[in-house]
Ligand binder design. Sequence first.
Ligand SMILES: Nc1nc2c(ncn2[C@@H]2O[C@H](COP(=O)(O)OP(=O)(O)OP(=O)(O)O)[C@@H](O)[C@H]2O)c(=O)[nH]1
Ligand SMILES: [Mg+2]
Length: 299
Amino acid sequence: MNAQENFKSGYVSIIGEPNVGKSTFLNAAMGEKIAIVTPKPQTTRNQVRGVVTTDTYQIIFLDTPGILDPKYRLHDWMVKTAYAAAEDADLILYLVDVNQRKTQIELQILERISKIGLRTILVINKIDLIPKDSLLPLIQKYSQKFPFIEIMPISAKLSEGILELKELVVGYLPLGPQYFPEDQISDLPERFFVAETIREKIFLETSKEIPYSTSVVIEQFKERENGKIFISAIVYVERKSQRGILVGKRGEMIKHIGQLARVEIEEFVNSPVFLELRVLVKKDWRRSDRKLKDLGYTP
Ligand SMILES: Nc1nc2c(ncn2[C@@H]2O[C@H](COP(=O)(O)OP(=O)(O)OP(=O)(O)O)[C@@H](O)[C@H]2O)c(=O)[nH]1
Ligand SMILES: [Mg+2]
């Protein structure tokens, strides 16, 4: 534990609609990739915690699923997960995409945040996509909508404004202990990151309903005598037809996904990896509370 008297620490939740760049921001703030990022909305499904530690502060960032209008039980679970993170925080970062149109869900989110009653910083992301002079009207619009304590434009993708935002955040953190050792970047198990990496490759390589109908469960994760790590995972889909597409002709698609994932997992676990993927059907799992629980979507 850090005994320094003025040490600051706290939980900072990253909340926003799907695809606004929450996970990209988490990775930029960490200086390394811990959350998966894809061009498709609804990529993140869980709270992903990332810990940033310096001599003077520790921030525990909570990345969350994008808040949407729920159509499946899975969506209900995702929205609940996001708001639970907001309620647990010392500070909220509300992220928006500079190009996003006004949505109904935004009003709902701001109302809910207002009820939670925590200090909230508006983070306007993707400013690399617009001319600088169009920012001011947007800032004015948002400051009339909600009593944000600060408004900060950034580009998470280009890592612009990240240091400034971190400093701003630290200014609002309470004095507190160092909750995690300084070399710990997350409190999630390696298995989680392995499953997420596989899911990211599925999001990137497949289309239509397939990414959304996919869930990954790690079955085995063990070190073999030859120094290789053996990992077997089951990729669940909702229908037989999806299984056919994901497996591909002569298994080529799933093999390709497995190769992409393996390279990244090897980097992450710092060891050669043997990755075995099996695709199984769990019919309409997104609509069933019991099946969601089986797949690890527990409260
Ligand atoms: N141009 C630009 N693109 C960005 C920026 N930040 C994120 N993106 C892109 O936006 C897309 C979505 O990014 P994510 O980080 O996955 O968004 P998210 O909010 O975590 O999305 P969900 O997990 O689905 O809620 C990706 O294609 C990112 O590369 C940015 O600052 N500028
Ligand atoms: Mg995300």
